[in-house]
Design a protein around this ligand. Sequence first.
Ligand SMILES: *Cc1c(COP(=O)(O)O)cnc(C)c1O
Length: 458
Amino acid sequence: MTNKYRKIPQVNDVLSYFENENIDASKDLIKYIAISIFDDYRNEIKSNPDFDFEKENVYKKIEETLAKGDYYSFKETINATGVVLHTNLGRALLSKNACQRLVEISSSYSNLEYDLDAGQRGSRYKQVVDIIKHLTGAEDAIIVNNNAAAVFLMLNTLAYNKETIISRGELVEIGDSFRVSEIMERSGTKLIEVGATNRTHLKDYERQINEETKVLMKVHTSNFKVLGFHKEVTAPELKDLARNKDLLVLEDLGSGSIIDLSKYGLSRERTVSQCLKEGIDLVSFSCDKLLGGPQGGIIVGRKDLIDQIKKNQLLRAFRVGKLTLAALEATLFEYLDEDLLMKNNPTLRMISMPLEEIEKKAIKLRDMILKEIPQIDLSLEDASSLVGGGAYPEEELPSKKLSIKTKGDSKNLEEFLRLSPYHIITSVYKDQVHLDLRTIDESDFEKIVQVLKEYYKV
Ligand SMILES: *Cc1c(COP(=O)(O)O)cnc(C)c1O
């Protein structure tokens, strides 16, 4: 058993081996990769008693890794889960345009903080603001690193040492034990929770208002839906209450769409501009959820309030980089032509993909697999994919999946696909491995077939 560890070569052996191999990589890179591959082998030896190998395999693995340039820890994956905005898999995919702008802006000097007309220092917070105003009807806007930062900054700027009233029904936890309420508390505002989890009335807010109250806060209940005996206070009702009382109504819209997605088969949700029309003073939302852009958070609304946020010194800690701004601007410009947007923005394209198109893809992939691996137990089935990212919690999008029936080794197959060079992420149900076609691009079909062929040894 310990002998297996001895088969792992020494770093120096690897270096002299590659000296003779005429390979185009520095000693340090070879060393770095060798050490990480040794670790993989040690872990495998430890966890799998049946695992065996020859010294040659280790050299070969290092050589392959070098040749493919496959040494970054940040890897591309194939999302076969059907969850379009999968936070663990990087949420929204950028459009081609957005990617191109990223490259252009980051490989050249830019006017990030330079006023080209005046020939002097400008503000990065001016970038992208006009297009956001155009698309949402907002008076002003500001972009920060993510929506959590946006919520924090709104309250830190406007309700520090003051009270913020929020409904218990809107105190959401969104994945990875991140609670919006904790972020809000850390901003220095005092959170006053009102109502019950399933029902909150206007009078619950009303009763808590005193001279310390500054904000009535609404939070989109992103990832759950209260059904049955349920009541929440609407934005116009809150606005009415706030009137004449010098109170602000702020809303964390979470996923926040700037177009109405109900015409693409999703249920109707309030868009950003609707929230503003209802009188919400500031609305914040993520850029990498339904918007389909890079990670970021946008605050839109009253100019006088955005001006106050701009003066907050903490803004510096949450400021966005040029990569974000470049990708975000290109993403937003695509909203000027909704037909093209639905084709070119990967997130919106996948969310609105007609079932017939998904089925066509499923048939194509099924036939490609069956042609190469006739013995595979594979069926095309109905599925339901999710929007994800806390958007449309209750909404399952009808989809199609390929279900591979295994002989009790579905976990093995799942792992093989996941650890393959293409990192295919699937879901497992009992003895089946599922590939939902909504989130798989046709350009990845060959790769999936290739990995399956290896698994089935054909
Ligand atoms: C996703 C979400 C957030 C956090 O947004 P990030 O952009 O991930 O920081 C905050 N609030 C709600 C309601 C959300 O859905």
